[in-house]
Design a protein around this ligand. Structure first.
Ligand SMILES: Cc1ncc(COP(=O)(O)O)c(C=O)c1O
Length: 259
């Protein structure tokens, strides 16, 4: 990797030598004034692959041809659609095939996973997350806490950056985990924070959580398809992610879970 230079020439040279460059042609780009826009919001909604329309038409045709029997007879049978996605999903997340499933939506998966992995008991009730998690995650944590009779003002804790800093230091996250110790039931972080773009050290966070007897889970919305993930090796207890950002599956598309 050459040293970064903040120039147009450098950016163009990097583009020219990018081995993934050809994939740009696989996507539709929105147009502005007759020109394709420079699209920096794949972290919100990935662009539409040019193959999407044909893939959708295949499903509509199978529905028209088979009706209910499409569950078994469609080219990609709907009854077992998730099985076709298992191997690629396991590779994407760095987990075993027996650990992953494609289903539901991110937030519903997070709830399902917390049903198993957030079971407050005695003084062990707290959930630790990063500063400014995605708003719907905050609501999911708070509703799980109140479902168990807790108070999210006390039991939901965000790790804050040091004064004058915007991202979190791993050593500070670990120190907070150790400080909370046996009051900590769950550490649940984004793999990448949606606001700052900070990627967290999931192996170190998981290890620290386990050392105090807490579970460790992740929201991989901004990490899946973006980072090389090794959820199994990192020993994470669970994670959930959506597929409409860096995985370009389209709005409302089915999400993933690993445990
Ligand atoms: C980090 C993060 N978590 C959770 C969500 C919510 O996901 P969903 O509404 O698909 O459940 C999003 C959506 O953008 C997100 O970016």
């Amino acid at each position: 990797m050459p040293d970064f230079q903040n120039t147009l020439d450098f950016a163009r040279a990097q583009d020219a030598s990018d081995p993934l460059r050809a994939f740009r042609d696989e996507f539709h780009f929105p147009q502005k004034d007759g020109q394709p826009v420079i699209y920096f919001t794949g972290n919100s909604l990935g662009l539409q692959p040019k193959g999407a329309a044909a893939a959708l038409k295949q499903e509509l045709d199978d529905w028209a041809t088979f009706g209910v029997e499409g569950h078994m007879k469609a080219k990609h049978p709907w009854y077992s659609y998730h099985e076709e996605l298992t191997a690629m999903t396991a590779r994407l997340i760095g987990a075993k095939e027996s650990e992953v499933v494609v289903m539901n939506q991110l937030t519903s998966n997070l709830h399902f996973l917390m049903v198993s992995f957030y079971q407050p008991n005695g003084k062990r009730r707290k959930i630790l997350t990063e500063q400014r998690p995605f708003p719907s995650d905050t609501y999911a944590f708070a509703s799980q806490i109140s479902f168990h009779g807790g108070d999210s003002d006390k039991d939901l804790i965000e790790v804050q950056p040091r004064a004058g800093e915007y991202t979190l230091r791993t050593e500070d996250i670990i120190a907070r985990i150790n400080e909370l110790g046996d009051e900590l039931a769950l550490v649940c972080f984004g793999g990448v924070n949606f606001y700052t773009g900070q990627a967290f050290d999931m192996a170190a966070i998981t290890k620290a959580a386990h050392a105090v007897g807490a579970y460790a889970g992740y929201d991989l919305a901004h990490a899946a398809g973006n980072l090389h993930l090794k959820l199994h090796e990192w020993n994470a207890d669970f994670a959930a992610w959506c597929t409409y950002k860096y995985l370009n599956s389209g709005p409302g598309s089915v999400a993933g879970a690993v445990a």
